[in-house]
Ligand binder design. Structure first.
Ligand code: URA
Length: 238
């Protein structure tokens, strides 16, 4: 049971004071009966709450899939740059969501956003071996020896030994290559630094899957959608 003003304020229906005024006017109806006292405690999960005739969609957690665009940072706040959270509508921002892991400012593609700290923790812990797949364009031809090195574990510039990674070549010629890279960690600039370690540069990077979820290609860059119940279950069972 939770106070009605807390539930509605958290969902973005205004400050507690504004919710109080709504209740006084009889515009908040719980299970068919107007509730005049906003301090009243109700069960947000099992009761039907209507505000101005519209049923509210109560939930504690939100789960979003964004197709991150170029030029936006994966943070909740930044002094200079636009963040992925700035791209959300206020009705989602009130949940105080954050990105699960980070993509670089110039990396595009699948970014999960939630306010579920427990799920976040589970998905970013390297011990859980959650596969992240990237499509990358490389400035040079990628060779068989690179595939072997990725498989054995690349040592980064700071001496860190990466977990084994899968490198698959889609196309490769003297002008460069396109590849899929699968990693289970999320070190700072990891894919770019792995290629630097074999004397190559990533010129384009897009995450195309995260654990059991693939990037929904119908989401345009800069847009997002809520995950379905099935997708949330898949993530929780990782
Ligand atoms: N690896 C990188 O180098 N950058 C990203 O954004 C993600 C993985």
């Amino acid at each position: 049971m939770e106070r009605l003003d807390k539930i509605l304020a958290n969902l973005g229906y205004g400050s507690r004071k504004e919710v109080k005024a709504l209740c006084r006017k009889g515009e908040v109806v719980v299970d068919g009966t107007p509730v005049k006292d906003s301090a009243e405690k109700v069960d947000p999960v099992n009761s039907t709450i209507e505000v101005k005739g519209e049923k509210i969609n109560y939930r504690k957690f939100i789960y979003l899939m964004m197709n991150k665009p170029d030029g936006v940072v994966s943070a909740t706040f930044d002094n200079y740059d636009e963040t992925v959270i700035d791209l959300l509508d206020p009705e989602y921002q009130v949940f105080e969501p954050f990105p699960i892991g980070r993509l670089d400012k110039d990396t595009v593609g699948l970014l999960l956003i939630t306010n579920d700290g427990e799920l976040n923790h589970k998905l970013i812990a390297p011990k859980n071996h959650v596969d992240k797949v990237y499509y990358a364009e490389i400035n040079k031809p990628v060779e068989e020896s690179d595939i072997e090195k990725f498989k054995k574990g690349i040592t980064l510039d700071d001496g860190y030994l990466c977990m084994p990674a899968k490198l698959e070549v889609i196309n490769s010629d003297e002008n460069g290559s396109s590849v899929h890279v699968t990693i289970q960690e999320g070190k700072f600039h990891q894919v770019k630094r792995m290629f630097e370690a074999v004397d190559k540069s990533v010129v384009y990077l897009r995450r195309i899957s995260f654990g059991p979820l693939k990037l929904d290609e119908t989401i345009e860059e800069g847009n997002f959608r809520e995950l379905t119940e099935e997708e949330i279950e898949l993530l929780k069972n990782v």
